[in-house]
Design a protein around this ligand. Structure first.
Ligand code: 13P
Length: 255
C-alpha cells in the first residue's frame, strides 16, 4: 500500500519570513516525529515564497508545490507564472483548478485542462481539484458536477502521466464544516470508479475541506481517501504535523 499524501495549501498567507519560519517548524516537527518517511508531504506557499521555502526544504523528504500556473511557457502574460518557472525554483507539484480559482477567477474546465497539459509538459505533478457547491449538492447534482469537471481531462491521452485528484466540496472549504465520512465515502467511491473506468487506477484521490487534527483520523479512515489537501490547518506546524500523523495512523489501522 502506498504512503498517504498530505498537501498544505497556504493560499494567500505568509510573507517571506513567516513562510520560512513555518516551513522550518514543519520540517523540524516532521523529522523529529519520523512522519517524513511515512508520508508524502507537500508544501504549497504563495509564489513569492517558493524559493525561500524550497531552500528550507533542501535535503528533506518534503516536496515543494505551487498553487497555480499559466498555460503557456513564457510570453506576454502580465502577472502570470509558467509551469517552467515553477520547475526552475524546485517545484514538483502544482495545484490546478482550485475552487477559489474556478469561482473568483472564473477558470473553466477548458482552461484547467490546458494547465494540466502544461504541468505535465514541465514534469510537474498536477493536483486537480474538483467539488460541488452547496447549491449543486442540494439540487442532487453532485455526481454530474464531478463528472463534468473531469470529463475533458479524462478524454485526453496524456492521462497516463502522474497526477493527483482532490475532492474538495466547496461548502466544506474554510467553513469549519468538513464533509461527513459517509458523504466523503460516497464521493470518493464515485470518483474512484470514474477514474478507474478511464484507466486512471494510478491516480490517488485526496479529500480537502476543513480537515483538522480532530477529524483527520475519521476522514483518512474512509475507503479510497489517499490523503488530504489542507488549507487553514496547514498554517500551524503542530496542527499540520498532527494531521500527517493521523493519515499514517489511519493507513496502518485500516491496512
Ligand atoms: P481549509 O482546510 O481551510 O478548509 O481549505 C481547504 C482547501 O481549500 C485546500 O485546498
Amino acid at each position: 500500500m502506498t504512503e498517504p499524501i498530505i498537501v498544505g495549501n497556504w493560499k494567500m498567507n505568509t510573507n517571506v519570513s513567516e513562510a520560512v519560519h513555518l516551513a522550518q517548524q514543519i520540517r523540524q516537527a516532521a523529522e523529529q516525529s519520523g512522519v517524513d518517511h511515512q508520508c508524502s508531504i507537500v508544501l504549497c506557499p504563495p509564489f513569492v515564497n517558493l524559493s525561500a521555502v524550497g531552500n528550507c526544504l533542501r535535503g528533506s523528504t518534503i516536496a515543494l508545490g505551487a498553487q497555480n500556473c499559466w498555460t503557456e511557457p513564457y510570453g506576454a502574460f502580465t502577472g502570470e507564472i509558467s509551469a517552467a518557472m515553477l520547475r526552475s525554483v524546485g517545484c514538483e507539484y502544482v495545484i490546478i483548478g482550485h475552487s477559489e480559482r474556478r469561482t473568483i477567477f472564473h477558470e473553466d474546465d477548458a482552461l484547467i485542462r490546458q494547465k494540466m497539459l502544461r504541468a505535465w509538459e514541465e514534469s510537474l505533478v498536477p493536483i486537480l481539484c474538483v467539488g460541488e457547491t452547496l447549491h449543486e449538492r442540494q439540487l442532487h447534482r453532485t455526481w454530474n458536477v464531478l463528472e463534468s469537471q473531469l470529463e475533458q481531462l479524462l478524454a485526453i491521452e496524456e492521462r497516463r502521466n502522474p497526477w493527483v485528484c482532490a475532492y474538495e466540496p466547496v461548502w466544506a472549504i474554510g467553513t469549519g464544516i468538513a464533509a461527513e465520512p459517509p458523504q466523503i465515502e460516497q464521493a470518493h467511491a464515485f470518483l474512484r470508479a470514474l477514474l478507474d473506468a478511464h484507466g486512471c487506477t494510478h491516480v490517488p484521490i485526496l479529500y480537502g475541506g476543513s480537515i483538522t487534527p480532530t477529524n483527520a483520523v475519521a476522514i483518512f479512515s474512509v475507503p479510497n481517501v489517499a490523503g488530504g489537501l489542507v488549507g487553514g490547518a496547514s498554517l500551524n506546524a503542530d496542527s499540520f504535523v498532527h494531521i500527517i500523523a493521523a493519515s499514517i495512523h489511519a493507513r496502518a489501522t485500516n491496512r
